[in-house]
Design a protein around this ligand. Sequence first.
Ligand code: ZN
Length: 160
Amino acid sequence: MKIDKNSVVSFHFTLLNGEGTVLESSTGSEPLTYLHGAGNIVPGLEEAMTGRTTGDKFQVTLPPEKAYGTRDEKLVQRIPKDQFPDPARLQPGMQFQLDSPKGLMILTVMKVDDSHVTIDGNPELAGETLTFNVEISEVRTASAEELEHGHVHGPGGHHH
Ligand code: ZN
């Protein structure tokens, strides 16, 4: 069957950045499984999946707008150190999760000085042109319950 709005798709992928460096790969582990048409993967990849079928292999290169978005410099902020629970432990590269009105945000510590911490709320891959090498391993029809929840159940999906 071809991938359309009510499909559950399992696929293997290798993700490369603009320089051709491999950032992530599912090779050697379980394929990624998602509900097509529910915005569970980046928009450009979801578009490229439409109409494909089991066994298809393809490569797609996405500008930031079709991947993790462009960088928003307003999401880079300097915050007084004393607003953190354990300021002595702060160091560049640390990440925090924050429940925001727009969903879960990951904040990355960029810089720590005597009084302030610079944090970046942009997704790690914002502003990047990304290439996905994809191989589709399975396409099935979503259950009514999966469609209602907007995500996949069972292997590779939610268990609840
Ligand atoms: Zn569910």
